[in-house]
Ligand binder design. Structure first.
Ligand code: FAD
Length: 390
């Protein structure tokens, strides 16, 4: 496959437009939506609506679903600029990156009409109910069940864990077991699983936050106690949820442009240090340069996946290669930046830089676990390489 990564003049203009909007519409030095201060979340929700009003939130979506029919490369520019600036879309990025595209692919016309316009308008937050206490890497072992209740009804019982944004979400993209292994035609644990689109305001759902160093809202436990849903809430075919999960992963694992924030902070380092930059040990500067090249590598791997996504051909190994590169970059650049930040002199610019680097370091620690651990990504990549024709 030949790849041309020149995104063209429209991409440059769009980048400028987004930076201008961030500057105009968000508080100075916006720290992200997930802080102890509720005004940060409110600012993110307001900003989503601003993007939506200008057709910038879901710009690559088809017009019929609330998008602007723009190219996936323009959507990539939005993804990069948002992550580089503390993801001012807040939790909305999940709806835009993978919930919407998956509903477009697997949803009924009714589900598309119901769910896509609110995502495109920046009005609704989704959470992902996949992981369970004994089923993270081994997701297909999950124990949450959905049992037939009435002719078109289901009763859901069980527990999810590590559910990001569950305290603020209006909808949950839930994976549950509908047929036990050994029942009917189900012979493997990857069979007999089904996706449900579930409203979070149902009293049969309880959310308990889990405290983390990433701040509030990030991680939660979610309990389902006789939650009633209907066939209209099933996404795709009953018992065929695993293929939807594979599709979700290929979107989700490239959905965050982590390299964009690493690059922004690495690029800000010389200015933040001022004259002190000139006297840094050569070894530290060499590691800084290496991180910039690793940003470039991760960016190119991301663009490769975007190109593959556009043609509908992303294999698990492709997404894994990018994920390994970008999550290692996140953590290694955080270490280098921490060492550089320790050398920063007093002053407002240096103070801002230190706070940003510290925030980047805290976030980066979970990068090699969320969306599938790095060990599992390595296994996926190895399988793909071993299976490739020689
Ligand atoms: C910040 C964050 C946000 C998250 N958000 C969500 C969310 O919104 N929704 C959701 O459903 N989940 C979410 N998760 C959960 C995430 O998907 C799981 O944590 C991840 O899949 C790992 O599962 P686990 O925590 O159960 O660890 P385990 O699967 O128990 O793994 C523990 C360790 O053992 C290793 N390991 C396990 N099996 C193997 C193997 N076969 N070979 C080699 N090594 C192995 C793993 O790599 C890991 O290092 C989130 C996690 C984090 C950290």
């Amino acid at each position: 496959m030949t790849l041309d990564f020149d995104m063209g003049t429209r991409a440059g203009e769009l980048r400028g437009q987004l930076r201008e909007l961030i500057h105009q519409e968000l508080p100075e030095r916006f720290p992200g939506a997930f802080t102890d201060n509720p005004t940060d979340l409110a600012a993110a929700q307001r900003f989503c609506r601003v993007l939506a009003e200008r057709d910038l939130l879901c710009l690559s979506w088809p017009k019929e679903f609330g998008g602007a029919d723009a190219s996936v490369w323009e959507q990539t520019v939005v993804r990069e600029e948002m992550w580089a600036h503390h993801e001012p879309r807040g939790a909305q990025y999940m709806g835009v990156n993978w919930v919407g595209p998956i509903i477009m692919r697997h949803g009924t016309p009714e589900q598309q009409r119901r769910h896509l316009p609110p995502i495109a308008a920046g009005e609704v937050i989704w959470c992902q109910g996949f992981s369970e206490p004994e089923a993270g890497s081994d997701l297909a072992s999950l124990r949450t069940t959905a049992r037939r209740d009435a002719s078109d009804g289901w009763l859901i019982n069980g527990q999810k864990i590590w559910t990001s944004y569950a305290t603020m979400a209006q909808w949950c993209f839930l994976l549950a077991r509908t047929t036990r292994v050994g029942e009917g035609a189900v012979t493997k644990k990857q069979q007999g699983l089904t996706i449900f689109l579930v409203p979070m305001d149902n009293p049969a759902i309880q959310v308990r936050p889990i405290g983390t160093m990433m701040g509030p809202h990030h991680l939660n436990e979610v309990f389902f106690d006789d939650l009633r849903v209907t066939d209209a809430d099933v996404l795709g075919a009953v018992d065929a949820g695993w293929s939807v999960v594979q599709d979700v992963m290929s979107y989700e694992r490239v959905g965050i442009a982590r390299y964009a924030r690493c690059e922004r902070l690495l690029a800000a380092a010389p200015d933040a240090l001022g004259q002190r930059w000139e006297t840094l040990p050569g070894e530290l500067v060499a590691r800084w340069v290496r991180m910039l090249t690793h940003c470039r590598r991760a960016r190119l791997l991301a663009y490769r996946i975007v190109a593959l996504q556009d043609s509908g051909r992303v294999a698990p190994g492709d997404a894994a290669a990018y994920r390994i590169a970008v999550t290692r970059l996140d953590q290694e650049s955080a270490e280098v930046l921490m060492e550089i930040a320790a050398e920063a002199p007093a002053g407002a610019q240096a103070q801002w830089f230190r706070a940003e680097v510290e925030d980047h370091w805290r976030y980066s620690q979970a990068a090699t676990v969320s969306s599938g651990s790095i060990e599992m990504q390595r296994i996926l990549l190895s399988r793909a390489l071993l299976a490739a024709p020689r």
